[in-house]
Design a protein around this ligand. Structure first.
Ligand code: PBG
Length: 331
């Protein structure tokens, strides 16, 4: 039941700033943000990523500095992605299991810099470590095999947990990996290490700059369509989410972000679990390109797109704009 014009004028509550503030349904804060950071080898190294203006790869010592910055801004969690040197990549991605790999050194650097003040999310998938750039192991026909890959992902997750990761985020889209990782974490005594599964991850054209950033773009032949989801599908995303929750995921992620807000909303309504979205590299690049072209105000685009995730039902958002947005939000 509702009144009608002129008794009802929806512009009435919009007329002043105080009233808009009072009627605001959703709010974005620094505590909604997860900041993805790229790691490279060395010390004191910053390497700008050409396709992501404003984003750099940092050596582990400087990742520690970035994490402190995040913590000071009230960003609760960072996500780490390694740019593994080409000579440490192999067909089986064995470097993922090295306890002294770039990822593990970065985790320790963040822990040394910030203690327990910040959450460390780590990506589980083999693409930063494989010579072919796929997320898993290939058979002779070039198909990414599921079960053998899951066995390696379990070891990768344990390696990260032992280095100090707080949230394991499997981004590989293999079947059954959440249960396998959860069981291994429990057996290893990592009861409080969370799993945020990339539950509905699409085979998207928006990942290009990320692949440059981790150095797998030039290596990857073909696509990831035999494991990442078809952008045409929505019901299948709900099945993926249902499975990952049943297997022990603490939270689920939808990725990419803005083009898939319908999926976020459906997941939230159906399952009532914590849902996150990844505003991916191509989305970031689009905003930066629009701002550079004078097609929109950068700060306004950043805040509006991030708020849209909250409205859709997200508990939080992974975004390369996290530090900038946190600064804007804190005034
Ligand atoms: C690795 C992974 C990807 C992203 C996050 N983890 C790339 C891919 O699946 O090819 C993309 C993130 C981004 O584009 O910002 N499995």
């Amino acid at each position: 039941m509702t009144a009608s014009y002129p008794n009802l004028r929806l512009r009435r509550t919009r007329a002043t700033g105080w009233s808009r503030a009072l009627h605001r349904e959703n709010i974005l804060t620094h505590a909604d943000l997860i900041w993805p950071l790229f790691v490279t080898d060395g010390s004191g190294v910053e390497q700008p990523v050409a396709s992501l203006p404003g984003v750099s790869r940092w050596s582990p010592d400087l990742i520690g500095v970035r994490a402190k910055e995040a913590s000071a801004l009230g960003i609760p969690c960072i996500a780490l992605f390694p740019n593994t040197q080409p000579d440490r990549r192999s067909d089986d991605g064995a470097e993922a299991l090295n306890p002294d790999n770039l990822m593990c050194r970065a985790i320790k650097a963040v822990r040394d810099a910030c203690g327990a003040d910040i959450g460390i999310l780590t990506d589980v998938a083999l693409d930063p470590y494989t010579a072919h750039g796929q997320d898993g192991l290939l058979d002779h026909a070039g198909y990414v095999v599921n079960d053998d890959t899951v066995a390696v992902l379990v070891d990768q997750a344990i390696n990260q947990a032992e280095a100090g990761a707080d949230i394991i985020a499997p981004s590989d889209m293999m079947d059954g990996r959440v249960r396998a990782i959860r069981m291994a974490l429990e057996m290893g005594g990592h009861h409080n290490v969370q799993i945020m599964s990339y539950a509905a991850k699409y085979a998207s054209a928006f990942y290009g700059p990320f692949r440059d950033a981790v150095g797998s773009g030039g290596l990857l032949k073909g696509d990831k369509k035999s494991y990442q989801m078809d952008p045409a599908n929505g019901e299948e995303a709900l099945r993926e989410v249902e499975l990952d929750i049943a297997e022990g995921a603490d939270s689920v992620m939808v990725k990419p972000g803005l083009p898939y807000l319908d999926i976020v909303r459906r997941v939230k309504e159906r399952f009532e679990v914590p849902v996150f979205a990844y505003q991916v590299s191509g989305e970031y690049a689009m905003i930066e390109a629009a701002a550079a072209a004078g097609a929109g105000d950068r700060d306004a685009l950043v805040l509006e797109t991030l708020l849209a995730f909250k409205r859709a039902g997200c508990s939080g958002v992974l975004t390369y704009h996290a530090a900038h947005a946190a600064r804007l939000l804190r005034g």
